[in-house]
Write a protein that binds this ligand. Structure first.
Ligand code: ADP
Ligand code: ZN
Length: 223
């Protein structure tokens, strides 16, 4: 089964994708993670991708699409995958459809995670990351605080706030860009009748684990 996760920053998209991956026994494929790994290992792909990522731009399709295609060739994907961060554009979505069709597969489900804007901003403002580049664990002062104030549970390094996480207008701008980029994808998959909207919000007491278990139930019944 091929599942695509859509959702702005701060919705908990990665968390839900991880839970679904665990429960369904299929891998989570995060293009952002693959790029970051390549940057860390200073591969050719990483060096190229970093030119765009460091500017907050999308990595061009001629790098991104073959990278995903290669990942889909790996053995662990036979039963499916959960895509997190791909596709990001209509062009990528079309190429992805072609890639899957060639393997006799298709997109089975697209989950669109939504959280009220002010709640996302609050979550991002209270987000802290480990300053140790090897660790990079993330915390939230409200939902997932570290055991010791300002210190990473995993490695003991200092926790910091990402610079772009501290400026509310910058966060708003990022969220607006996300909406503009993603709404065509929402439409694209809506037309194919594979889109499912899931609200993920603490206000309705519906966070990642609840959303994931509801999705599992839905998948078992209908997909
Ligand atoms: P963010 O939520 O900050 O966008 P990601 O980890 O999803 O985090 O992506 C980080 C960066 O990696 C993006 O800003 C972009 O430069 C690049 N990237 C990730 N996925 C894609 C994609 N599907 N197409 C192009 N670039 C991508
Ligand atoms: Zn750490």
């Amino acid at each position: 089964m091929i599942i695509i996760m859509l959702g702005a920053q701060g919705t908990g998209k990665g968390t839900v994708a991880g839970l679904l991956s665990e429960k369904l026994g299929i891998p989570q494929i995060s293009t952002g993670d693959i790029f970051r790994k390549n940057i860390k290992e200073e591969t050719e792909l990483g060096i190229e991708a970093n030119k765009y990522m460091s500017k907050g731009m999308l990595v061009p399709d001629d790098i991104t699409v073959p990278m995903v295609a290669k990942r889909l060739e790996m053995d662990d994907v036979v039963d499916g995958a959960i895509l997190d961060g791909f596709p990001r554009t209509i062009e990528q979505a079309k190429k992805f459809d072609e890639m899957l069709a060639a393997k006799g597969k298709k997109v089975d489900l697209v989950v669109n995670l939504t959280t009220p804007r002010d709640e996302i901003i609050e979550r991002i403002l209270t987000r802290r990351v480990c300053s140790n580049q090897e660790c990079k664990a993330t915390y939230n002062l409200i939902m997932h605080p570290p055991k010791k104030d300002g210190i990473c549970d995993k490695c003991g390094a200092k926790l910091v706030q990402r610079e772009d996480d501290s400026d509310e207008s910058a966060i708003n701008k990022r969220l607006e860009i996300y909406d503009v980029q993603t709404s065509p994808l929402v439409e694209y998959y809506e037309k194919r009748n594979v889109l499912r909207k899931e609200e993920i919000s603490s206000r309705i007491n519906r966070l990642g684990d609840k959303v994931a278990s509801d999705l599992i139930e839905y998948i078992k019944e209908s997909v």
